[in-house]
Design a protein. Structure first.
Length: 589
């Protein structure tokens, strides 16, 4: 079997994280308004203060204060920011901007004006506390008290309110981590009690398959962000065995979605997130050998630019990623667990099915295959020799005779996945999977989610009027913004039956089509990569994208859909060197 035992040592990983944090620090300071007489002094939202294209500042970006505090306080090679007094002034500007922008209930605006985001209170609280611990003693007592009081108000918001538009585990774990830290700083047990209750809620929802719930499904990218916050909670709770046990289950699940090129997750996850947040993996690597092996492989992907890191992110994700790099560097060196005995699934011959998540993986001598049944049958196949993506299909898009757009690429909890040999109702790793199939519904979707001048005007009128009422704001966010653009599912117009068969000659994919009575299509095409729902954390660039950008032939011929499509990925894949796409040998019957 091909040797995939590659990765970065702890020393090399730390060097990588430091280099990336230094690079981000330069970008971050260019994004900050450092003018001491400016009305927006301290803001990290350059679109707001520099270009004036927005009428509010995204307060989630103030988490950059932790990155600046980190480079100020840590002496390492190439760090020109270490112990520079000017940086303390700029950190102070950032903290003051955050305080000035805090709402009366302790929340902050994140996505839009008068949003009063619970999530922004949670995430900024964590990083403000981490920054506070590093540099607070460089400020006078009056500033320190104001800073701490603002953090207490954010903590009160997390106690008095809740996030209602969806169950998002990483948000709740972030809130739990921040509250646990705040309890340590203030001695107030109310914050600790709320942190424990939030974690208990996430634990109750954690699937027996190991994954945390992200908008009703499993998402490997966000799994690493949840683990980042869990690791902070773990440290602050005095290394709770309950937290460690939950993390062990999560890492066991996540390890199956580290690809041979070092990238993770993506289109088959409930939220399509391709980012790797290393902080949690590095902390838990001290206790869980598989976490260390995962950190080695994922950092190798970041180093080679095959995985999504700060080099690919916009400012909204660049800052959270960099804060996770900083937290990863906070883990001690001397207790690292050697990973010689830990192997990732991509290094083994293994088949695994997660019936609840609607995902299965088969790793054999030549290929690593991920099948996302709950996302309409997304398929990703990696060659273990070249470590490259050799076939990608995100499913189908079509247009009905009524000019409506349809797709199979929608997360669905009602997926019907079948495997052979038969698997039990929970995750399993028995005999190798020889056949897997799903009936993927064809749902309506809206290809245009752009703001028009009229839509934007109406939204701002809402923001400035009844949108100021938090309860109304919450209802609109839950039922219109999230409900319409993310959760809405129309009755299916039919389905695509996707079947994958594995044998000695390679991997065979067979698709057949069935429309409900009265529904007709004028177009239906398969695509290597596309997106059908609004999710800002998806569609970041990865090197594999160069090989998955393709569109199949038109399947509606003279008003009729062809009976089926067959594709064969041989044991020695033939990738078109000219077009560098993932098309395989195809026969339309």
């Amino acid at each position: 079997m091909t040797n995939l035992n590659t990765g970065l040592s702890l020393k090399s990983r730390k060097s990588l994280y430091r280099q990336e944090i230094l690079r981000v620090s330069h970008q971050l300071l260019s994004s900050q308004d450092r003018c001491p007489v400016s009305a927006s002094c301290g803001s990290f939202d350059r679109e707001f203060w520099g270009w004036a294209t927005k009428d509010f500042a995204n307060m989630d970006l103030q988490r950059g204060c932790y990155i600046l505090a980190f480079v100020y306080s840590k002496n390492f090679e190439g760090n020109v920011f270490f112990n520079e007094a000017t940086l303390i002034d700029w950190i102070g500007y950032g903290v003051d901007c955050w305080q000035r922008s805090q709402k009366s209930d302790g929340s902050f605006d994140h996505l839009y004006l008068h949003e009063k985001s619970w999530m922004a209170a949670a995430f900024t609280l964590v990083d403000m506390l981490l920054a506070y611990r590093l540099v607070a003693d460089n400020f006078d007592d009056s500033f320190k008290k104001k800073w701490l009081r603002a953090m207490e108000r954010a903590g009160d918001c997390l106690i008095n309110r809740d996030e209602e538009h969806g169950f998002i585990s990483n948000h709740r774990l972030g809130a739990a981590a921040g509250l646990m830290m705040l309890s340590t700083e203030t001695g107030n047990s109310r914050y600790r009690d709320r942190a424990a209750a939030l974690f208990a809620g996430v634990l109750k929802k954690q699937s027996e398959e190991g994954w945390f719930v992200e908008y009703g499904g499993a998402d490997p990218g966000y799994e690493t962000l949840g683990l980042h916050y869990m690791s902070i909670l773990y440290v602050e709770s005095g290394k709770s065995p309950e937290v460690l046990h939950s993390a062990r289950k999560s890492i066991g699940f996540f390890s199956h979605f580290i690809h041979p090129d070092g990238s993770i997750g993506g289109d088959y996850g409930s939220r399509g997130c391709p980012h790797f947040f290393p902080g949690g993996m590095e902390v838990f690597a001290r206790h869980i050998p598989l976490a260390n092996r995962a950190a080695e492989a994922c950092a190798h992907g970041l180093y080679n630019k095959d995985s999504c890191g700060v080099h690919d992110a916009d400012i909204r994700n660049l800052i959270p990623l960099a804060t996770s790099y900083a937290w990863a560097l906070s883990a001690p060196d001397d207790t690292i667990t050697e990973s010689d005995s830990a192997k990732l699934p991509m290094e083994l011959n293994v088949s695994k099915v997660w019936a609840e998540a609607g995902i299965c993986v088969r790793s054999d001598a030549t290929h690593y295959t991920v099948f996302g049944a709950s996302k309409g049958g997304v398929v990703k196949i990696y060659d273990k020799t070249t470590r490259q993506l050799v076939f990608s299909s995100c499913g189908y898009t079509g247009i009905t005779t009524k000019k409506k757009h349809v797709t199979t690429l929608m997360h669905s909890v009602g997926h019907q996945m079948a495997c052979s040999p038969a698997q039990d109702d929970r995750c399993s790793s028995g005999s190798p999977i020889s056949l897997v199939e799903v009936q993927a519904p064809l749902f309506h979707f809206f290809p245009s989610r752009l703001n028009t001048p009229l839509r934007f005007l109406l939204f701002r009128l809402f923001n400035h009027t009844i949108g100021r009422i938090r309860r109304v704001n919450d209802l609109v966010r839950k039922h219109l913004i999230i409900g319409f653009f993310l959760k809405r599912r129309t009755p299916p117009l039919g389905h695509v039956c996707r079947q994958i068969r594995f044998d000695s000659s390679g991997i065979h994919i067979r698709d057949s089509f069935a429309l409900s009575e009265g529904n007709e299509l004028i177009s239906l095409k398969e695509r290597g990569f596309f997106s059908s729902v609004y999710m800002a954390s998806a569609r970041y660039f990865r090197a594999q994208d160069l090989r998955q950008h393709w569109t199949g032939d038109e399947l509606v011929v003279q008003g009729r859909i062809i009976e089926g499509v067959d594709r064969h990925i041989p044991r020695t894949p033939q990738v078109d060197a000219k077009t560098r796409n993932c098309r395989s040998e195809t026969d339309n019957s």
